[in-house]
Unconditional design. Structure first.
Length: 324
């Protein structure tokens, strides 16, 4: 019986190898088509698709996150210059500019060869294929996974662990992984794990090892960058920036409304500030004879020749263009 079991396992392993060999391999995209790409799986085949419409974000727009911005920018600058740099985990309060900072770095260093590849959590098991596609290219690639966290039973985190540090293959020197998350350790930790070890006859004998397994993923990122919520004054400053960008004055009535808006949502963040500014400016602009701050009518580009507000899909920093 044991021999039959061994034979079955060998056959299964052989079939897996054959399936891998016959599976269609992803093709390299046209690297000149964009500076950013998304990994998509269609009909069982993964491919990199160029992003045609990019959210334009400048580092100068990222206010009130100076320390975090300086850390990430310095690491990215080292990477683009071909010097040693770390994989980065950006964590903290929602809507404080984590994703915006990554995209702003892309725009700041695209001319020096920086490129971005966005990969969903569900596709992290394809990291090996993605890294193979970019190896040997002169460009520098950031593989970006946004709003990353894992629940019990998910296995894709193991592929990420191996890509970060743990594979027998040497890491490609033109690839880094940047990830954002609201959860610092990326995986949930439960009190019951320790309680079970003490009170349950079937409990884990070494609960510390279970905990180590869960926190080891985040520790494989060489650089941790933390983001924090806003004070009331910081929130109001962001609201003022956006309301004025949208061609309206941020006067006392707007301030009162902005605070009420934040209370109703239970948060003060760049995302909430932008949402308020859109609502407030939209309602003010429809009033008869409404004028923008620079004297022009509805549809003005804003103060000091600033650009019109990007569409709602564009990423916004903590201070002016909030994101997840």
């Amino acid at each position: 019986m044991a021999a039959d079991g061994d034979a079955t396992e060998r056959i299964a392993a052989a079939l897996e190898r054959i399936a891998d060999a016959l599976a269609p391999r992803p093709k390299a995209p046209d690297w000149s088509a964009s500076i950013a790409f998304r990994w998509r799986v269609r009909a069982g085949v993964g491919q990199l698709e160029p992003v045609q419409h990019l959210a334009e974000i400048d580092l100068a727009d990222l206010l009130n996150i100076d320390q975090a911005r300086d850390l990430v920018v310095a690491n990215t600058r080292q990477f683009v210059a071909g010097r040693p740099a770390n994989n980065v985990l950006l964590t903290g309060a929602r809507g404080t500019g984590k994703s915006s900072l990554v995209r702003a770095c892309l725009h700041a260093y695209a001319r020096q060869g920086l490129r971005l590849i966005e990969v969903d959590k569900s596709d992290l098991h394809n990291l090996g294929d993605i890294i193979e596609l970019v190896q040997g290219h002169p460009e520098r690639f950031i593989i970006f996974s946004d709003d990353l966290s894992f629940e019990e039973g998910e296995s894709s985190y193991k592929a990420l662990k191996s890509a970060l540090d743990g594979s027998i293959a040497a890491a490609s020197d033109n690839v880094l992984i940047y990830a954002t998350s609201n959860r610092r350790h990326l995986m949930p930790e439960h009190m019951r794990e320790n309680l079970a070890a003490t009170h349950d006859e079937d409990g884990e004998l070494h609960p510390a090892e279970t905990t180590e397994e869960k926190i080891s993923l985040s520790e494989r990122f060489g650089l941790w960058v933390n983001f924090y919520g806003f004070s009331q004054d910081e929130y109001l400053a962001i609201c003022a920036r956006w309301v004025e960008q949208l061609g309206q004055r941020f006067e006392e009535a707007a301030q009162t409304a902005a605070l009420q808006w934040a209370r109703e949502r239970g948060a003060r963040s760049g995302r909430v500030a932008l949402q308020f500014a859109r609502d407030w400016a939209g309602r003010q602009a429809v009033r008869p004879g409404a004028k923008s701050k620079n004297g022009s009518g509805r549809g003005s580009s804003g103060q000091n020749g600033s650009k019109p507000l990007p569409d709602k899909r564009k990423a916004i920093s903590k201070s002016a263009k909030p994101m997840r």
